[in-house]
Design a protein around this ligand. Sequence first.
Ligand SMILES: [Zn+2]
Length: 455
Amino acid sequence: MSVLDKEELRLRVDADFNRIVELLSKKVALKSVSAQGIAGQHMRVSAQFVADELKQRGIDAKVVQSQNPDGTPGAFEVVGSRIVDPNAPTVLLYAHHDVQPVPDPSAWDTDPFEATEIDGRLYGRGATDDGGGIAIHSGALHALGDDLKVNIKVFIEGEEEMGSPSFIPFVEAHRDEFAADVIIVADSGNWSADIPSLTTSLRGNTDLDVTVKALEHPVHSGQFGGPILDANTLSCMLISSMYASDGSLNIPGLEGGDPVGGLQRDLDEEDVRADSSVVDSYRFAGTGSLASRLWTKPSISVIGFDAHPVEGSFNVIANETRFRLSVRTAPTQRPEDAARAVTDFLTEHAPFGSEVSVETLDTGMGWSMDPNAEATKDALEAMREAFGTDAVNKGEGGSIPFIPELQRIFPNAQVLVTGPEDPKGNAHSPNESIDLKSLKNNVITEALILEKLSR
Ligand SMILES: [Zn+2]
């Protein structure tokens, strides 16, 4: 059997590229906004479009409607497979066909649902997130055609932008249909349009509600102020006790590490400053690379605080206060363990003997790629060949909840998180777009990955 090299695959993708862009344009026009009803007719049409497209790429694809956790009809999912050799490795290709809503079309420079090419980028809602993922899978399968040497399974989800409410029961119900050696999740992106990336880690999260009680009831601040500190002040002392003077967290048992797979390139401080809109005089907190602080070390933010509003406030000492912490956890630490570490710390550091109680709310596991897996090496090599430059590992400070769930359900599968996005893509925002040169290289990359995995 001949080995397809990058030159041959590039020729094939070049010849197919108009079709790929046309497919993406048709997909944008379908307005598959899941927020307008995951079980709506427009979502069925979108799923059927994707299934028909995959059928033309040799995949035995069909539309299946999932069930919501409450038993009502759920999202239209596309599932399918192509088994070329029962002894060959199996790869599950993931993308999602639903898109973010467009609350304000006037914020766009083009019609959000009419794909428009400007300066090498294709603009439209879902052009990158995640129509780009569907285009990559389609293009890679077309390029390999009958030379495909791995088994393919496909799951194109219909409710990712709604937080995937029926994802877990659906995947568990289709466990055998989805079981694979490697899972390619084409729903993230590259360092830039020119520099490819694997997404190597995602932080987990847990929310905690903390109550600080000093008094049974409020008292007059003139009569008792001095020996008695108000619950707001005590809460602020408690919050600040979690931090060292350099702004890094000081909590035993709360884990943090260095970027997974090593740091090839740190984030640019000026970019992060601009993107986050910090005021000019602000100094970043924490130590170590900026990448580690944003991707692989924990962080805690106060996202809610019950205190009397300034307007209408009067001279009393607040007896009790409640605040909510959002804890972002290191990719490999169980969020329950992180919640326990924070809870222990807070109760042990109750200022001035105040009563501190902590309630753990939702938790979500993070995720970390295996940097030494064969599939990881294949993917990095494929990226280098397709883009002509070394890939740069990239973490995510936030979560993509279904990835740890996939990994939990298929613990032995190697998950490769790739995708069509780049920092100029404006996913979820007005003027969403995809870089077409980058899309072509992403298609070649995925075809090369599938080719390499067969060896
Ligand atoms: Zn997405």
